[in-house]
Design a protein around this ligand. Sequence first.
Ligand code: SF4
Ligand code: SF4
Length: 124
Amino acid sequence: MISIIDKHWPMSVGDGKATRKKKPKILAITTDCCTGCAGSPACIEYCPIEACMFWVPDEDHPPFGRIEVDPNLCIGCQKCISKGPEGAFLDGCPWDAIEMVPTDDWEAAHEVTLSDSPPALTAG
Ligand code: SF4
Ligand code: SF4
């Protein structure tokens, strides 16, 4: 498991129903193409998991920033990249800045093993 210490708003609020019961086979990651949508990230409203997609400020260029995905929480549902039929309203990321990657590859690249369940919240 890796620790994510700096989650800022805006972030996904989730649908209150979806939970991660098992480590997914694929994970969402954001790429350098992420613009942060000028502070109004289009992607986060599609993510069904609370605090899975979160804001990371660009310390050198405030108020800019980007969205990142918590690999401990992502369920690989692909809702953040879903797009409507051609010509329909474009859901997901308008900049194609979100990619789905095999979880095995992600773990190998980061030399960590993700857990099935989200990390337990500790009180205090
Ligand atoms: S794949 Fe699903 S859970 Fe993961 S970041 Fe995208 S919308 Fe959220
Ligand atoms: S991933 Fe895409 S939709 Fe989400 S903040 Fe970045 S550019 Fe915007």
